[in-house]
Ligand binder design. Structure first.
Ligand SMILES: *Cc1c(COP(=O)(O)O)cnc(C)c1O
Length: 375
């Protein structure tokens, strides 16, 4: 039994809420998460495979020399830089310690116990955890379509008087599918205007499909749309924890109030320097997208049930074979992410890691030549 489980059941003393216990047990039972240090090729967390950009690293080191001081409480220079980049008023922005923390602040700001928070399922694993265990609200997970897209029609039908917040993860983690402009508009026209629709665009920089909705455009047009973005993926600042929301002004103000001091000065300076180096950042994103195409082509050629991803990862919906696939990868030093018995998510990494993943996947196919992988 996990330490948390043990504490909850037999030990006297203060007890965390039982919802948290359930989640700790669930997390401990997941296979393939939290890569151990012995993995040479970590393709499990959708991180950027490249070392920090020199100018960004310099900015972070410079800020580290002043860490006896508190950071800028409201991330003002970062927010001003973002406001200029997206041509929106700074009053619509709020930053936080990674977009997970921004998502948590959003749910806390909008949903009380008894209120409903809707999202597609399977999607980002933080949504149910934050909604139920941290905020005590009611989670409504609406199944994806069979090919892994948001079922926006079904989601619109599930809206009730208690619905406060709807997350659309686009591109969706883990399926890599993204919401199209036209279907999003149709959906937004059906959602009541007091429901906040949050586009979680953690992977937006990797999108190459021209029909995919862009949250910045949409949040200009609809007063009940917010966008959440992060510096963790395309920008490669995962370890520094910087994310932000663009939200209706009263919501953004609420987020700024609750997330004070959330981002270290090192993170703020690195994010500002990353925005200044956007051309170099996007060149690296192009390399990842080229590798994504190469991996997809190879995996499809090998016979895997892979569809095109708009993110920096590839989804293999291989059901009951997921754990075996991950175990074989682990034996050659590759960590991938298993999501229950739904599938395996493989991050597009450095070329060498990707080559090894492809060779390993080809070996698995050869071994199981006669068997169907999608069943
Ligand atoms: C990785 C990810 C995030 C970002 O997390 P950070 O807290 O910013 O590191 C947010 N949403 C989704 C869907 C993600 O996959």
């Amino acid at each position: 039994m996990s330490i948390v489980g043990k504490m909850c059941s037999d030990m006297p003393g203060p007890r965390p809420r039982p919802e948290l216990h359930r989640i700790a047990v669930h997390a401990a039972s997941r296979s393939g998460s939290a890569p151990a240090p012995e993995f040479k090729h970590v393709l499990a967390a959708n991180e950027n495979p490249y070392d920090p950009l020199p100018g960004v690293l310099d900015a972070a080191i410079e800020a580290a020399g002043r860490f006896n001081r508190y950071p800028d409480i409201g991330c003002q220079r970062l927010i001003d830089a973002l406001a200029r980049r997206f041509d929106l008023p700074p009053t619509r922005f709020a930053a936080g310690a990674g977009s997970v923390s921004v998502i948590q602040s959003l749910i806390q700001a909008m949903a009380a116990p008894g209120d409903e928070v809707m999202y597609a399922w399977r999607s980002f694993e933080a949504y149910p955890v934050i909604t139920t265990a941290i905020c005590g609200a009611t989670a409504v997970g609406v199944p994806l379509t069979d090919d892994g897209y948001h079922d926006l029609n079904a989601m619109a039908e599930r809206v009730t008087a208690r619905t406060r917040l709807i997350f659309l993860c686009t591109p969706n983690n883990p399926t890599g599918t993204a919401v199209r402009r036209d279907e999003l508009r149709e959906f937004l026209d059906r959602v009541p205007e007091d429901v906040l629709v949050v586009l979680d665009e953690a992977y937006t920089e990797f999108v190459r499909d021209k029909d995919v909705a862009d949250g910045i455009t949409v949040c200009r047009e609809y007063p009940n749309v917010a966008v959440v973005r992060t510096f963790s993926k395309a920008f490669g600042l995962a370890g520094l924890r910087v994310g932000f929301a663009i939200a209706p002004e009263p919501v953004a103000a609420a987020l700024r109030t609750t997330a004070a001091y959330g981002v270290s000065q090192i993170g703020q300076e690195a994010a500002i320097a990353s925005l200044a180096a956007i051309d170099e950042v996007m060149k690296r994103v192009d390399l990842v997208v080229a590798e994504r195409h190469r991996m997809e082509d190879a995996l499809i050629e090998q016979g895997w049930p892979v569809s095109r991803s708009q993110a920096n990862f590839i989804w293999l919906p291989i059901r009951k074979r997921s754990a075996d696939f991950a175990a074989t990868c682990a034996r050659v030093g590759i960590a991938v992410r298993v999501l229950a018995e739904d599938g395996v998510r493989v991050t597009v990494g450095a070329r060498e890691s990707n080559d090894l993943l492809l060779a390993t996947a080809a070996g698995i196919r050869l071994e199981h030549d006669q068997q169907s992988f999608s069943a």
